[in-house]
Ligand binder design. Structure first.
Ligand code: CA2
Length: 147
């Protein structure tokens, strides 16, 4: 059995489905977790799905992924636009990184157009709501297909 795909979500995403549904949709983070688990299972893979509001905890999980994960899907939320420390952790992770966003940050405010995470990512899926996560899991599975 291959190692799980780590699916990490950053600050405030625990509020998904509760606030700002016009931007982020009506699905909760638990709904997104179920979608990711189902998509991974359909591909013969598994996910470890986690969310944190704390930069250091996200970094600890990225470091853990070096030995425990086959790939990392990350929605860094606001930290994507600010955190060199998360970028540094991702650069050192040694497995493929897929950046994922519910909305399309490039079509929103100017400050969202820059994401540090993109500098460490193989690819980016954004703008498809919860489906961005599913597509990112599929991309990660495709990049790390067991021999
Ligand atoms: O579109 C995305 O997934 C974002 O990563 C979401 C971040 C935002 O800062 C990025 O530019 C794009 C914000 C996450 C906040 O999540 C909330 C969810 C529901 C209600 C309020 C905030």
């Amino acid at each position: 059995m291959s190692k799980p795909i780590y699916v990490l979500s950053g600050p405030n995403l625990n509020l998904l489905g509760v606030r700002e549904p016009e931007i982020y949709g009506h699905q909760t983070l638990d709904d997104v977790k179920r979608l990711c688990e189902a998509r991974a299972a359909a591909l013969g893979r598994s996910v470890v799905f986690r969310q944190s509001n704390h930069e250091g905890e996200l970094i600890d999980w990225i470091q853990e992924a070096r030995t425990e994960a086959s790939a990392v899907v990350i929605n860094p939320a606001g930290y994507g636009h600010t955190s060199v420390a998360i970028l540094d952790a991702l650069k050192a992770v040694g497995v493929p990184v897929i950046e994922c966003h519910l909305s399309n940050p490039a079509s929103r405010e100017a400050f969202r157009r820059k994401t540090y995470v993109s500098l460490a990512a193989t690819g980016l899926v954004s703008g498809f709501g919860a489906a961005s996560y599913e597509l990112a899991v599929e991309a990660a599975a495709g990049l790390t297909r067991p021999a």
